[in-house]
Design a protein around this ligand. Structure first.
Ligand SMILES: [Zn+2]
Length: 278
């Protein structure tokens, strides 16, 4: 079991060797799970209820064959058309993007955390972040009914991992980071409601809780990366579309990417910054 070491006042999972085989396994798991996430993502985006039957036509509600959910085949099969009303799937590539993104996130997290039990909360976070980002990209909303249950589940697993590692102080660090991120985003939301949505505030709480559990430095790197990536994307969108600052980008995907950077490379980046006095 990898050690959790304390570096000064910054706590971090210390020098875990890279684990490519776990990375490969997690990448494959991400491919399969990401494909199945299409249903919760679609239901959350459409404010539809969760529950059976899972595979139904978006237009007429007819029950569909579960071919869409077949591992791998569901990703490569030709464009699906409802046999009842002949309406084609309005998002033929969504399952593929979800599968691909989850596979990449899974591979990075699996390679980094290996078989350490921290893989459980980090893997759960990756799944939720991908799903929430997909809904945010599509509808510019961050679904509460994904973020709240996920935050409780991930928080509980972080507590469990901390206790197993006899590093109970990480629970406090995680709670402090999550609350701090939530409150800072809430303040921004109250000052500029158009710039920061309520959903971003809640997701920031989750991002802070998870990255802050790794270390305060990782939490800092997570949010700095999120804003950096969002800023870069904003500039690129402005250059490409030629529109002014009117173009609004969803912030969820950047918060998700920032959290990944924070939990994986945050301790190294923050250590490098501190050592150079930056
Ligand atoms: Zn139909």
């Amino acid at each position: 079991m990898p050690e959790i070491a304390s570096i000064g006042k910054v706590y971090a999972l210390a020098s875990i060797p890279m684990d490519p085989s776990t990375g490969l396994a997690c990448g494959l798991a991400g491919l399969l799970i990401g494909q199945q996430m299409e249903i919760p993502v679609r239901r959350a985006a459409e404010h539809a209820r969760f529950g059976r039957p899972w595979y139904v036509c978006e237009s007429c509600g007819a029950k569909l064959a579960v071919l869409a959910g077949c591992p791998i085949y569901g990703l490569v099969r030709p464009k699906s058309v409802c046999p009842n009303c002949l309406t084609p799937n309005s998002h033929p590539t969504r399952a593929r993007w979800l599968a691909l993104t989850t596979a990449v996130a899974g591979a990075i997290i699996g390679t980094h955390f290996g078989t350490a039990i921290a893989l459980v909360p980090m893997g759960l976070t990756a799944l939720v972040m991908v799903a929430v980002s997909a809904v945010d990209l599509e509808r510019m909303i961050i679904p509460v009914r994904l973020v709240y249950p996920a935050s409780i589940l991930i928080g509980a697993s972080l507590v469990g991992v901390s206790v197993v590692h006899h590093q109970e102080h990480l629970i406090l660090a995680s709670a402090v980071s999550g609350l701090a991120a939530y409150l800072v985003f809430l303040a921004v939301h109250m000052i500029v409601p158009s710039g920061m949505g309520r959903g971003d505030v809640r997701l920031a709480g989750l991002a802070g809780m998870v990255s802050g559990w790794i270390s305060y430095g990782a939490g800092y790197v997570a949010f700095a990366s999120a804003f950096l990536l969002a800023g870069l994307a904003g500039v690129i969108v402005m250059l490409v579309t030629g529109q002014g600052r009117k173009t609004k980008l969803p912030f969820g995907p950047f918060l998700a990417a920032g959290t990944l950077v924070g939990v994986v490379w945050g301790p190294a980046i923050s250590a490098a910054l501190l050592h150079t006095g930056a």
